[in-house]
Design a protein around this ligand. Structure first.
Ligand SMILES: Nc1ncnc2c1ncn2[C@@H]1O[C@H](COP(=O)(O)OP(=O)(O)OP(=O)(O)O)[C@@H](O)[C@H]1O
Ligand SMILES: [Mg+2]
Length: 231
């Protein structure tokens, strides 16, 4: 299958004491769910940053399909993020003064004319349309954030601890939605988490420690998010 990302010997060195990525080799196939696990400080967010063009590696190559992101200008990387990349964070990052509908509308790009009502329905948010973030639960806010990323039909969605602020039941609903998007739209999804239970929904699991990939495996049998059990 086609690789959406190919990383070769990627290093991110802030200084002697902060080597965030220490020679990462990784291939991500198009249409996969990848779960990245690892202790705090192991380089997970840094890995997302170089994949998503938010930051440059110190050395090594990061290819998006055939394009080397590490050589691109900041402007080209911004275009790539705008066109192809969705982001989901633990803290939702919604605009407090906009309604759910308006927050989702923010994700629109001019190349894309999608139906926001349809996306809201898909995320089970139709009834929350006119509410402001403070009137929504954590799980609803995270689904608004997912809907906002979906309106541009991205190639890839990067999720940094998407369920970190949610309890088990609500967290599973959010993961179910991500699984549905992956299944129906073949969107590549990369999820960073501390929660090892979430690894079961992945096609591929990547474990990091001290800036290195220490283990990588494919799940023979994947589990539906609703069937997960937090351990
Ligand atoms: N801007 C920076 N300047 C210096 N060191 C940094 C910077 N950003 C990250 N680091 C260091 O790089 C290492 C990896 O950080 P990173 O944020 O990728 O870890 P993480 O695995 O995402 O951790 P967490 O699970 O706590 O979010 C850490 O030791 C961190 O202190
Ligand atoms: Mg992090």
């Amino acid at each position: 299958m086609l690789n959406i990302y190919t990383l070769k010997n990627v290093k991110k060195i802030y200084n002697e004491r902060n080597v965030a990525l220490d020679g990462v080799d990784l291939q991500i196939k198009k249409g996969e769910i990848v779960v990245v696990l690892g202790p705090s400080g192991s380089g997970k967010s840094t890995l997302l940053n170089v994949l998503s063009g938010l930051d440059y590696p110190t050395s090594g190559t990061v290819c998006y399909y055939q394009e080397e992101l590490n050589n691109k200008s900041a402007e080209t990387l911004a275009e790539y993020r705008y066109r192809d990349v969705g982001f989901i964070f633990q803290s939702y990052n919604l605009m407090p003064t906009l309604t759910a509908f308006e927050n989702i509308e923010l994700g629109k790009t001019h190349q894309n004319d999608c139906d926001i009502y349809e996306i809201m329905q898909k995320m089970d948010l139709s009834e929350q349309k006119d509410k402001y973030p403070y009137q929504l639960s954590g799980g609803q806010m995270q689904r608004v954030a997912i809907a906002r990323s979906l309106v541009k039909n991205p190639e890839v969605i990067f999720c940094d601890e998407p369920t970190g602020a949610l309890d088990e039941k609500i967290g599973k609903v959010v993961l179910e939605k991500l699984q549905e998007i992956n299944r129906d739209q073949h969107t590549t999804i990369v999820i960073v988490t501390h929660n090892p239970s979430i690894a079961k929904i992945a096609h591929t699991v990547v474990k990091m420690n001290s800036g290195k990939i220490v283990e990588q495996y494919s799940n023979k049998k994947r589990v539906a998010a609703a069937e997960l059990r937090w351990v």
